[in-house]
Design a protein around this ligand. Structure first.
Ligand code: 4AD
Ligand code: MG
Length: 432
């Protein structure tokens, strides 16, 4: 195992002391009398200098042979060195090579196809390292803040018998001779669970065979979903704004360094924490878009382009509410004499768009039954779901948040593939 990590030694306490550190070769520069090695581990980088005069011919040759990403243990005295990347340097006295490595196939300017082929190696980059750490922290805040609000974590199944969202995006599988699907959302199960636990959440992968290849669509993503009994749409929206502000506050408080490493301008995140979020109805969104010169009419869905225009209008996240019923799923509660539904999409600023889809659910048996029929879904399969409206139905609401979508905005990434070590995308084969 290993006792010292690079981040631990980058301080005054170790100056002048002999330390031993394990890691991988991040950079190497060979001069006549010196070899400069930048060593990396999971926590950071540190410059090490080996002087020829201190080593045997064999050792010197071994150091020269070391490849980028070779693994090594280095011992030496730590000192301050302003010219080194983090301001510290180790003067190497001994070393032990674990694996000298082989010529590393990635240098930093590869085409995306090469990066996807070598994804298992690409995830060693400092950028990926920072994103993965941020994601780990973000997931922790998302969970903890829900727990504080009284939500109980549950674990619905991934293999499911019926569609939750559009039938066209289902991945099917053979379940002992019968057709089953990979879940698109755990919502229907969460709805069943609120009658026992009242406020529940789950964090699980969801799967979508999306036709669209965009910067924000994955075929497998991490879905955080909540469901709460007795909540009307407004209760849900109010709570969601407070909840996500708290999560963002924790990101800024604890992960500033990671964000800065990624070059993230913190201002938009701070705006989202400090200012009231925008709330507009779908109808108003259409008017804004029309005024901006977009060709769009009432009844058209808002795609990535439209969402982008809207988010650039405001500097805070936007709740777009009350979409036309036909644009949204069968389970949403109707309003406006059946013209609209009690729903919202939450759009992240800076062009990012939808990160949450949520709604109040239809809690009336007959209306729900008719909608299932109208949506051409097999009523037989939804019998259990309809039962929930038969045995003590209550108003209830919930949402689903795309963890990668939220992370993508927080880090201001160009493409959602950066938010997962092994993304499932259609344009690239599953090689890793
Ligand atoms: O808007 P969606 O489809 O809503 C539902 O699935 C509801 N049943 C959730 C609920 O109410 N419990 O998906 C929810 C969120 C989206 O807002 C988006 O952030 C994310 O899931 N999402 C995706 N993220 C990445 N790639 C995809 N293909 C995604 N599809 C949805
Ligand atoms: Mg949606």
């Amino acid at each position: 195992m290993k006792e010292l990590f690079i981040k631990d030694i980058l301080n005054e306490q170790y100056i002048g002391k002999k330390i031993t550190i394990k890691g991988w070769i991040y950079r190497k520069r060979e001069l006549k009398e010196n070899i400069f090695i930048v060593l990396r581990d999971s926590t950071g980088i540190i410059q090490c200098v080996a002087k020829k005069e201190n080593f045997s011919e064999k050792d010197w040759k071994d150091l020269l042979d070391l490849q980028i990403e070779g693994s090594i243990e280095i011992s030496g005295i730590l000192r301050k060195e302003e010219r080194a990347p983090e301001g510290y340097e180790i003067e190497v006295s001994n070393f032990k090579i674990f694996d000298k490595g082989s010529p590393f196939p990635l240098h930093g300017r590869e085409e995306i196809s090469t990066i996807m082929k070598y994804r298992h190696l690409y995830i060693r980059t400092r950028k990926q390292n920072a994103i993965m750490k941020l994601k780990s922290n973000l997931l922790k805040y998302l969970r903890e803040e829900l727990e504080k609000l009284g939500y109980i974590e549950v674990n619905p199944p991934i293999i499911i018998p019926v569609a939750v969202e559009e039938v066209q995006t289902l991945f099917s599988l053979d379940y002992f001779g019968k057709k089953a699907y990979l879940t698109q959302s755990s919502q229907l199960y969460l709805e069943a669970l609120i009658f026992s636990l009242e406020k529940v959440y789950c964090l699980a992968p969801s799967f979508r065979a999306e036709k669209s290849r965009t910067r924000r669509h994955l075929h497998e993503f991490w879905h955080l979903e909540i469901e709460a009994a007795w909540y009307k749409l407004n209760d849900l929206i109010n709570e969601t704004e407070k909840y996500l502000k708290k999560v963002l506050e924790r990101v800024i408080e604890n992960d500033k360094k990671l964000l800065e490493f990624l070059g993230r301008d913190l201002k938009p995140l701070k705006n989202a924490i400090e200012k009231d979020w925008q709330r507009i109805k779908y109808e108003e969104a259409i008017e804004i878009l029309q005024k901006k010169g977009l060709k769009i009419e009432y009844g058209n869905d808002l795609g990535a382009d439209e969402e982008k225009v809207l988010t650039l209008e405001f500097e805070v996240p936007i709740f777009v509410t009350h979409y036309p019923r036909k644009l949204k799923a069968f389970y949403m509660k109707e309003s406006g004499n059946g013209k609209t539904v009690e729903n919202f999409d939450l759009l992240a600023p800076e062009g990012y768009g939808e990160i949450i889809g949520g709604s109040e659910r239809e809690d009336n048996y007959d209306i729900l039954l008719n909608k299932i029929k109208e949506w051409n879904l097999p009523v037989e399969n939804y019998k259990w779901y309809l039962d929930l409206r038969k045995y003590g139905s209550v108003p209830h609401s919930g949402w689903g948040l795309g963890v990668e979508r939220l992370l993508m905005w927080i880090c201001k990434l160009d493409h959602i593939r950066e938010t997962l070590p092994f993304p499932r995308l259609r344009e690239t084969e599953i090689l890793v």
